[in-house]
Design a binder for this molecule. Structure first.
Ligand SMILES: Nc1ncnc2c1ncn2[C@@H]1O[C@H](COP(=O)(O)OP(=O)(O)O)[C@@H](O)[C@H]1O
Ligand SMILES: [Mg+2]
Length: 627
C-alpha cells in the first residue's frame, strides 16, 4: 500500500515512484540511500523524538494487537514475495549461460517459469496487503473508539484547552492518515529489507568481493539520513500545528458566518487564512528540500557503484566469469536500487505516521478523566448544600464565587439573581460538576458530590439554559436523549412543552429531522424542545439558567407555561432574567461579585431596600433584572 495523500502529511513529502530498472541511472534521484537506513532507525534512538522508534510503535501496539493475525499473514506474504526477487536475475543468468548455447531446456519453460514466478509474487503481495490492512483498519477502529470514549469522559478542562476543530482533526483525520501512512511504511520496510537481504545474498553468492565493494559505498550516508529524519520530524510537528490553526480559522468562520458578513470582515479573515495557508506551504517546501537534498549525492554513489562493478567485472573477465554471471550481477544490483530508495524514504514516512498517531495517543493518555465516585441513588430528595464554596477559573485572577454557603430544601423553588458576571451560572454548573470548587464542598442529600458516581449524579438534574444544544437527529431522538425511547412519552413531553402544534404540522411528526443544531426551528421552539427534553428526563432537580431571556413575549408566554408545568414537584434553581419568572419563587438569592449579598422572599427583599430593590427599580420598564 502506498502512503496516501492527506491534508497535512501529503504536503510534506511528494510521493515518489520507483524508477524502472532500465532507466535507473538517470532516475535514481535519492542517494543510494542506504541499506542501513532501516537498521539505523530501528535500532538507534533518534535524538529528537522522546522515545526510540520501536518504543513509539510499541505504544500503538495495544490497539492493533487484537487483529494480529493480519500481521502474520502480511509477514508470510512478504517473505514469499521477497524470495521471488533474486529469482529474476537467476533466471536471466540461466537463460544467458545455457539458453543460447545448448538445448538445455525446452522453450515452454520460459513462460512457465516467468509467469509462475509473477503469479506467486502477485498472490503473496496481495495477501500481505490484505493482512496488514485488516490489522490496520481494526486498530484504527480501536484507537478511535478509545479516543471518543476519552473525549466523552474527559475532564471539562479539555474543551477549554483544545478547539473543536483540533479535536475532530485528531480523531477523524490524523488517525486515518497516520494509520494508513504508518502501515504502508511498515509493510514497505519489511518488504524492502527482505528484498534487499535476498538480493544481497544472491549477489554475495555470485561474487562476494564485488558485493563488498558495492556495500562499502553505503555507510557514509547513514548520518545524513539521521539528520534528515530529525528535520522531517520537526517539520511534521509544525505542519500538524499549522493545519490545526487553519482548520480553526475555518471553524470560526463557519460558526461566525453571519457576523463576518455583517461586519464586512471577509478581507481580514481571508488574510488570516492566507497567512496560515502560506506558512503551511513553506513547511511543505522545507520538507521537500530536506527530502531531495541528497539527490546529487545519491546519483554519484550509484555511478560509483556501477563503475566499480563494471571495472572489476572487466578485470575479472579473463578468469572464468560468464556473461550470464555479469548480467545476473548487474541486474540484481540494479534491482537493489528500488528497495533502497523506498527504504530511504521510509524514515520520513514512518515519522509522519507516528507524529499523526501520537497525537491520538497523547489525547488518550494525557487527558484526565473526571474523577468519579461510587455513591448511587435512584432519585434524590433534592437537598442541596453549598458549603463555603469558592470557584476560580484557570487563567483568571479573581474568584468567580467566593465562600458561598447556601442550602436548598427539597421541593424549594430558589431564584438566583444578580448582575451579569456575578457567578449565577457558575453556581448552578457546580451541581452536575461541570465546574469544580476550588475550596469548600457541595453536597446532594448530604453526600459530597465527588462521592457520587457521575452518571447517577447527573441523572438527578434537568437543565434548560439560554443556549439550547440539539443533536442532528429526529425530534424524538432529541427529546429522549440518553434515555430509552418511548414514543407516547415523547409526545406527551412535547405536548406539555407546548410543541404539540408544531409536531402536528410536521409531515413526519416526531420523526422529523431537526437539522444541524435545530437551526430550522425558531428560538422559542428550540427552547420548548429543550423543555420537552427536561420533562422527558423527569429528573428531581431542575436548573433553569435564563431559559427565557432570548425570547419574544409570545414565545415567552408559551415557554413560561411549559416551565410552570415542568417545575411541579421538583427542586428548582432558577436564574431569572425577567421579573415575572421569579415572583413565585420561595426564596430569592442575590449574588454580586461571586458572593451572596441578600436573600429572602420577594417581598422581604423589596422591604430591605438593598441590591435587589435597586435592580428591580432599574429594571422597571424593561423587565430585566440584570444590572
Ligand atoms: N469558562 C470560564 N472561564 C473563565 N472564566 C469564566 C468562565 N465562565 C465564567 N467565567 C467568569 O466567571 C465569572 C462569573 O461568570 P458567570 O457564572 O457566567 O456569571 P453570570 O452567570 O452571573 O453572568 C465572570 O467573571 C466570568 O467572566
Ligand atoms: Mg450566566
Amino acid at each position: 500500500m502506498q502512503a496516501r495523500a492527506g491534508k497535512t502529511t501529503a504536503l510534506i513529502i511528494p510521493d515518489s515512484r520507483w524508477p524502472s530498472v532500465s532507466f535507473w541511472f538517470q532516475k535514481v534521484s535519492r542517494p543510494a540511500q542506504i541499506i542501513f537506513t532501516a537498521a539505523l532507525h530501528l535500532s538507534l534512538p533518534t535524538p529528537t523524538p522522546p522515545l526510540s522508534l520501536p518504543r513509539r510503535i510499541g505504544r500503538l501496539w495495544p490497539y492493533f494487537r487484537h487483529a494480529k493475525g493480519g500481521v502474520l499473514l502480511a509477514f508470510v506474504g512478504t517473505i514469499v514475495a521477497a524470495l521471488t526477487e533474486p529469482a529474476i536475475p537467476a533466471l536471466l543468468k540461466a537463460l544467458l549461460d545455457q539458453g543460447f548455447s545448448t538445448d538445455a531446456f525446452p522453450l515452454w519453460m520460459v513462460p512457465a517459469a516467468l509467469m509462475g514466478l509473477f503469479a506467486l509474487r502477485g498472490v503473496a503481495t496481495f495477501l500481505s496487503n490484505y493482512g496488514l490492512n485488516h490489522t490496520a483498519t481494526h486498530g484504527m477502529v480501536a484507537l478511535r473508539r478509545a479516543m471518543f470514549e476519552r473525549l466523552n469522559l474527559a475532564d471539562l478542562t479539555l474543551f477549554a484547552e483544545q478547539s473543536a476543530s483540533k479535536l475532530s482533526n485528531t480523531l477523524v483525520y490524523e488517525v486515518q492518515s497516520g494509520t494508513t501512512v504508518l502501515v504502508g511504511a511498515l509493510l514497505t520496510t519489511v518488504r524492502t529489507v527482505l528484498t534487499i537481504v535476498a538480493l544481497l545474498g544472491y549477489l554475495l553468492y555470485l561474487n562476494w568481493q564485488l558485493t563488498l565493494i558495492v556495500l562499502l559505498l553505503f555507510p557514509p550516508l547513514a548520518w545524513v539520513m539521521r539528520l534528515l529524519s530529525k528535520r522531517l520530524y520537526h517539520i511534521a510537528r509544525s505542519s500538524q500545528h499549522a493545519t490545526d490553526e487553519l482548520a480553526y480559522v475555518v471553524e470560526e468562520n463557519v460558526l461566525a458566518h453571519k457576523m463576518v458578513r455583517l461586519h464586512g470582515a471577509q478581507q481580514q479573515q481571508a488574510e488570516r487564512f492566507e497567512q496560515l495557508s502560506s506558512s503551511l506551504r513553506r513547511l511543505a517546501m522545507k520538507a521537500t528540500i530536506a527530502g531531495s537534498a541528497m539527490t546529487p549525492l545519491s546519483q554519484l554513489l550509484a555511478a560509483a557503484a556501477l563503475s566499480a562493478v563494471i571495472m572489476v567485472a572487466l578485470w575479472q573477465s579473463g578468469s572464468g566469469a560468464t556473461v550470464g554471471g555479469f548480467v545476473g550481477f548487474v541486474t540484481a544490483m540494479l534491482m537493489l536500487i528500488t528497495p533502497i530508495r523506498q527504504l530511504a524514504d521510509i524514515a520520513g514516512t514512518i515519522t509522519r505516521g507516528l507524529v499523526a498517531l501520537e497525537r491520538g495517543l497523547d489525547l488518550i493518555e494525557q487527558t484526565r478523566a473526571q474523577p468519579d465516585g461510587t455513591h448511587h441513588a435512584e432519585r434524590t430528595q433534592g437537598q442541596i448544600e453549598f458549603d463555603q464554596v469558592s470557584v476560580r477559573y484557570a487563567g483568571k485572577d479573581g474568584f468567580a464565587l467566593s465562600q458561598v454557603t447556601l442550602s436548598v430544601r427539597p421541593g424549594e423553588v430558589l431564584a438566583l439573581v444578580g448582575p451579569s458576571g456575578s457567578g449565577k451560572t457558575t453556581l448552578v454548573n457546580l451541581l452536575p460538576r461541570f465546574v469544580e470548587p476550588h475550596q469548600g464542598e457541595v453536597r446532594l442529600d448530604g453526600v459530597p458530590l465527588p462521592q457520587w458516581a457521575l452518571p447517577a449524579l447527573r441523572a438527578q438534574f434537568a437543565m434548560v439554559s439560554q443556549d439550547v444544544v440539539m443533536l442532528n437527529g429526529t425530534l424524538a431522538a432529541n427529546v429522549a436523549l440518553g434515555q430509552a425511547m418511548d414514543e407516547t412519552r415523547v409526545l406527551a413531553a412535547l405536548q406539555s412543552a407546548n410543541l404539540g402544534e408544531l409536531v402536528d404540522k410536521l409531515p413526519q411528526g416526531v420523526h422529523s429531522l431537526v437539522g444541524h443544531n435545530a437551526t430550522e426551528l425558531s428560538g422559542g421552539q428550540r427552547q420548548r424542545l429543550a423543555i420537552a427534553r427536561a420533562i422527558y428526563k423527569n429528573a428531581p432537580i431542575l436548573i433553569l439558567d435564563e431559559a427565557t431571556s432570548a425570547l419574544d413575549n409570545e414565545s415567552e408566554r408559551l415557554v413560561q407555561d411549559a416551565l410552570a408545568r415542568l417545575m411541579v414537584g421538583r427542586t428548582t434553581l432558577i436564574i431569572a432574567h425577567r421579573l415575572s419568572t421569579i415572583e413565585h419563587a420561595d426564596r430569592v438569592v442575590v449574588l454580586a461579585d461571586g458572593r451572596i449579598v441578600e436573600q429572602g422572599s420577594h417581598a422581604e427583599l423589596l422591604a430591605a431596600n438593598g441590591l435587589f430593590a435597586r435592580l428591580k427599580a432599574q429594571a422597571q420598564g424593561r423587565d430585566s433584572l440584570e444590572g
